[in-house]
Design a protein around this ligand. Structure first.
Ligand code: ADP
Ligand code: MG
Length: 480
């Protein structure tokens, strides 16, 4: 990865690796038939397995495995034989006192995803695990140590998760946001997750370190938890990078820590140091078999994947003759099929993308590839100005119809060149001093006076004229 990302502190490079947890969009939980559903009254989407009651046994949800494989294939990972493991620790929202996860043998190994600008970010692994319940600490500002009492909701306990561990290939806040957006688009496109950060179905832990520009060796990292939005992610990275650079420039060392992002205060706080880290005493889960997906099943899942955002960007960029980054916004908005169809019908690709990006914020409504193509032909043929085209476009979105008919109903029928020439010639004779200044003046004066004449033409035609055509005509007249 090149160090071209903007430096948060001059002379220092920020290195980021993200661990993203996404809830898989199954109907039921990972190891039982309790519903996997967001919201609902606390402790209603539960059963003995979600509660970890003695004597219950986990039964693996095949759909969760299938979705995990979809994620692995979409992230270009090796899908492999995997083993569930117990991760042991005590917390009230995890009633078994261990979480079933995967450790040394994850379902998805090495992979990558591609950002809109074409850079590839490494994925270390993407493994399956179960979610925990949710604690609410009441009183004391919601912090456990000062709370009067705590409430536990087990609706989320046992919801299937995929944890996607990224390589430290990201450089700066913008990169990290782009990575999470891309990951979210992929998860949503393949139906693996709804990707809603605001509902906690996608959660990001952010590892940040800094190093002097040019240094090969990575700095000591801190892991920041509790990031709930792309905005917080960027803020947390910038805060953390500055904090670490301040320590290093003051001659201190960075201690490897887990830190908590406080959104209101706009800063991170130490939760624990690496020395205080839990020893999870991982061991293979004795109640579950290893998962060994067959080649046929993996091939079937692969064949069922929809076109991914990366492929769609490449496809549109190629059709439009542009860089992949130019196609990103259109693909993000899901308008690339319309763009492709319109370009296929012969419309100017540049105009197609300009309209899709700037003039269709409220959706495409009744716009079709055919009417869009006709509109752009009127525009590039000089029959409609850019502003008029925008107005006709709005009407195509709202009501559909024929662009030429809409244009003439709005009084946008093209001025024939003879009519325009007559108006320009009349204005030249009415403003001889301005015209003399235009023809004799330097570049600056010429520009200024051209602007004056264009303005007069617009007044005379009530905006019907095409500014570009007027300028061309003025240039021709002053040259001849
Ligand atoms: P752990 O198991 O302690 O969380 P890992 O080696 O699995 O440690 O790393 C976890 C995450 O930390 C990965 O997403 C990785 O990209 C990131 N990471 C590792 N080293 C660094 C570093 N020096 N700076 C920033 N991120 C890092
Ligand atoms: Mg970690």
């Amino acid at each position: 990865m090149s160090g071209t990302a903007p430096e948060i502190v001059p002379g220092w490079e920020t290195v980021i690796g993200l661990e993203v947890h996404a809830e898989l969009a199954t109907v039921t939980k990972m190891f039982s038939g309790a519903p996997n559903r967001f919201g609902g009254e606390p402790n209603t989407n539960i059963d003995p397995v979600s509660l970890g009651l003695p004597g219950t046994l986990p039964v693996l949800n095949g759909r969760a495995v299938e979705l995990a494989i979809r994620v692995g294939l979409a992230l270009n990972c090796t899908v492999q034989r995997s083993v569930f493991a117990r991760k042991n620790y005590f917390y009230p929202d995890m009633p078994k006192d261990f979480q079933i996860s995967q450790f040394d043998l994850p379902i998805n190994g090495e992979g990558w995803l591609e950002l809109a600008d074409g850079r590839r970010i490494g994925i270390e692994r993407a493994h399956l695990e179960e979610d925990t319940g949710k604690s609410t600490h009441v009183g004391g500002g919601g912090r456990i140590h000062e709370a009067g009492h705590s409430l536990v909701d087990y609706n989320r306990a046992g919801v299937p998760l995929i944890e996607i561990v990224g390589r430290p290939d990201l450089r700066g806040a913008e990169d990290a946001r782009a990575y999470v957006s891309e990951l979210r688009s992929i998860l949503v496109a393949i139906g693996a997750s709804d990707g809603k950060m605001e509902e906690g179905s996608m959660r990001v832990d952010c590892n940040v370190s800094v190093r002097p520009v040019g240094q090969e060796e990575l700095g000591t990292r801190c892991e920041v938890k509790n990031i709930n939005s792309l905005r917080s992610l960027g803020r947390a990275i910038e805060y953390e990078a500055r904090r670490q650079v301040d320590l290093l420039t003051a001659g201190e060392r960075i201690e490897q820590q887990t830190r908590h992002w406080n959104e209101d205060e706009g800063r991170t706080h130490k939760l624990r140091s690496k020395e205080e880290a839990f020893d999870y005493r991982y061991f293979p889960e004795p109640d579950l078999m290893p998962v060994e997906p067959s080649e046929e099943w993996i091939a079937e899942i692969r064949a069922d994947l929809p076109p991914l955002p990366r492929e769609r960007r490449h496809r549109l960029a190629e059709a439009a003759g542009m860089e992949t980054s130019a196609a990103a916004l259109t693909v993000d908005r899901g308008l690339d099929d319309l763009a492709m169809a319109t370009i296929d019908l012969g419309a100017d690709a540049g105009r197609v993308l300009v309209h899709l990006e700037n003039n269709l914020a409220d959706g495409v409504g009744l716009l079709t590839a055919g009417s869009f193509t006709d509109l752009i032909a009127l525009e590039t043929g000089g029959d409609l100005t850019a502003t008029q085209a925008k107005t006709v476009l709005a009407s195509l979105v709202a009501e559909g119809g024929d662009p030429a008919a809409i244009a003439s109903a709005k009084g946008f029928e093209s001025m024939d060149s003879g009519e325009l020439e007559a108006i320009v010639d009349r204005l030249i004779s009415e403003h001889p001093d301005d015209w003399a200044a235009l023809t004799a003046g330097d570049d600056k004066e010429r520009k200024k006076k051209s602007g004056f004449f264009v303005g007069e033409v617009m007044k005379a035609t009530r905006g019907r004229a095409d500014g570009r055509a007027v300028n061309e005509l003025l240039a021709r007249r002053s040259a001849g």
